[in-house]
Design a protein around this ligand. Structure first.
Ligand code: GLU
Ligand code: MG
Length: 437
C-alpha cells in the first residue's frame, strides 16, 4: 500500500491561525516550486465560521509556497502519524510577494533595518498556554505537583521540541490553573519568527497525544490569569556582537536600542492592533496582571509594556550576550510576523528619528498618579480592539508600513471581529476563543 503520510502546507493569516492544505508526501516535490492555491479572500476569515467584507470577493488567488528550511517532521508516537508541516510564503502567481503576506512583511522590515543600520535581530518567545483535560484538577501555582501531573505531556513535548531543533529552554507550571509555559532560545531573524508557529504547533500536537488540549488564547476565563506570548528581541552587528547593550547606557541600553524602544513606545497604541489583535486581548491587557496596561518601559518591570531584561552574567565582557528587550503586550491571537514586523518598523522609525531613551519606569505605572505618569510620558494602552484599530488608523507612519489594500482589509477584519463580540459576555468570548486558539 502507498504511504498515506501527508505534509501540511501551513500559513498564518491576519487572525494568527495556522491554516493549511495537505499533500501526500509523494506529491510534495511536484508542489514545492509553485505551492498550492488559496483564495485571497481567505485572508478576511475571522477565527470562526465567518468572513469579513474584503477588497477581493470571489476573485483571485495566492500561491501558498513552501519555505523548505521551515519543514518539520516530528513523530511523537510510533503508532500515530507524524506531524509533518512546512511554512509558506504567500506569493502572487508571478512569484512576487503578496502584499498581505505576513512573512514577507517581516522579511522586508528586517532587510530595511539591516540596510539602514547594519543590525540584525534575534528573536526568542515565551509561550504561555492552558491545558485542558479530564484529570487536571487544581494544583498550587508554579508547583512541582502542577507539572508532575502532566509529566507524560511535559516529556513528550520537550522531546518533540528538541528533536525539531526548536531550542526549548524551560517548561514550567505558571500562575493559573492548568497554565504552563514553554520558553525557547533565540534564533536569528526569520527563523526566530518561524519558530513561534512551529513551537506552538508542536506543543498542541504533544497535548493531543496525551489527550489534553493546549489553548494559547489570551484569557482562558474572565477571572483567570492571562496567557501572554512575550517576544524577547535583541540586536546584533555584522560581526555578531550584541548591539542593544551598553554598560553605560540607561538601563544598559545602547543609544540605538534606546531609540528602538522609544520608537516602539511612540507607536505602541497602533502596534496593539497588530500585537494584541482580538477583542479577547483586551481582557488580558490591563494593570496588575503582569501583562501590562501602560506603554511604559522599565528594567525588570513586569508591569511595563517593554521590560528591559538585564543579563544574568556578571562579567562585563559577556554581559551583552544575554541582554534583551521583552515586548510583553503581544499575545497568541497575533500573526507573529505582523507583530514582530510591526515592532521592528516602529523601532526603526525611532532609530531614524534618533529618539532619545525613554524615561525608564521602576514601579507599577498603575500605582502612580496621573501627574506622575504624565511627567514620565506614560500613557494607558488602548482598552479595546476598536480603540487599538482607531489608533492604528490615526497613525500615518504605522499605516505607511503597509499597502492601502492591506490596511483596508486588516482594519475591516478587526472591526468585524470586534463587532461580532460587542454584545457577548466575557465568559462567552473566553469560551469561543479558547477553542479557536
Ligand atoms: N501571564 C502574564 C501575561 O499575560 C505574564 C506573566 C509572566 O510574567 O510570566 O502576560
Ligand atoms: Mg510567564
Amino acid at each position: 500500500m502507498a504511504s498515506g503520510e501527508l505534509i501540511f502546507l501551513v500559513w498564518t493569516d491576519f487572525v494568527g491561525l495556522s491554516r493549511t492544505r495537505g499533500v501526500p508526501v509523494s506529491e510534495y516535490e511536484r508542489r514545492r516550486a509553485h505551492g498550492l492555491g488559496w483564495a485571497v479572500a481567505g485572508q478576511a476569515l475571522t477565527p470562526f465560521e465567518d468572513i469579513a467584507d474584503n477588497p477581493w470577493g470571489s476573485m483571485g488567488e495566492v500561491r501558498q509556497t513552501p519555505v523548505e528550511e521551515t519543514r518539520l517532521r516530528v513523530s511523537l508516537r510510533p503508532d500515530h502519524p507524524p506531524l509533518h508541516v512546512v511554512l509558506c510564503d504567500s506569493l502572487n502567481p508571478d512569484g512576487s510577494a503578496w502584499e498581505c503576506c505576513g512573512r514577507s512583511f517581516l522579511a522586508r522590515a528586517l532587510a530595511d533595518m539591516h540596510a539602514e543600520t547594519g543590525l540584525d535581530l534575534k528573536i526568542a518567545y515565551e509561550h504561555e498556554f492552558t491545558l485542558a483535560g479530564e484529570d487536571l484538577g487544581w494544583a498550587p501555582p508554579f508547583s512541582l505537583d502542577a507539572v508532575r501531573r502532566i509529566a507524560p505531556f511535559a516529556d513528550l513535548c520537550t522531546a518533540a521540541l528538541l528533536d525539531a531543533g526548536l531550542a526549548v529552554e524551560t517548561l514550567e507550571p505558571e500562575f493559573g490553573v492548568g497554565q504552563y509555559e514553554v520558553s525557547c532560545g533565540p534564533a536569528a531573524g526569520m527563523a526566530g519568527a518561524d519558530r513561534v508557529l512551529l513551537t506552538r504547533e508542536v506543543i498542541r500536537e504533544a497535548a493531543r497525544q496525551c489527550r489534553l488540549r493546549a489553548s494559547f488564547a489570551p484569557k482562558p476565563a474572565p477571572e483567570a490569569v492571562g496567557n501572554g506570548c512575550h517576544a524577547h528581541l535583541s540586536l546584533w552587528d555584522a560581526q555578531g556582537r550584541p548591539a542593544a547593550f551598553d554598560v553605560n547606557g540607561p538601563g544598559e541600553l545602547s543609544a540605538i536600542a534606546a531609540s528602538f524602544v522609544a520608537g516602539v513606545r511612540r507607536h505602541l497604541a497602533a502596534l496593539c492592533a497588530l500585537c494584541a489583535p482580538s477583542p479577547l486581548s483586551y481582557l488580558r491587557l490591563g494593570p496588575h496582571h503582569w501583562s501590562c496596561g501602560y506603554d511604559a518601559a522599565g528594567v525588570q518591570n513586569r508591569e511595563a509594556a517593554i521590560r528591559i531584561c538585564p543579563s544574568p552574567v556578571p562579567d562585563p565582557a559577556a554581559r551583552g550576550d544575554a541582554f534583551n528587550m521583552e515586548f510583553r503586550f503581544t499575545d497568541a491571537t497575533a500573526n507573529p510576523y505582523l507583530a514582530i514586523g510591526g515592532i521592528v518598523r516602529a523601532g526603526l522609525e525611532g532609530i531614524r528619528a534618533r529618539l532619545p531613551a525613554p524615561a525608564l519606569v521602576n514601579r507599577d505605572p498603575a500605582d502612580m498618579s496621573d501627574a506622575e505618569r504624565e511627567a514620565l510620558g506614560v500613557k494607558a494602552l488602548p482598552a479595546s480592539l476598536d480603540a487599538a484599530v482607531s489608533a492604528f488608523e490615526q497613525d500615518a507612519l504605522a499605516r505607511s508600513w503597509f499597502t492601502p489594500t492591506m490596511v483596508e482589509a486588516y482594519t475591516a477584519l478587526k472591526r468585524h471581529e470586534a463587532k461580532a463580540f460587542a454584545a457577548s459576555t466575557p465568559a462567552d468570548m473566553c469560551e469561543r476563543y479558547a477553542l479557536a486558539y
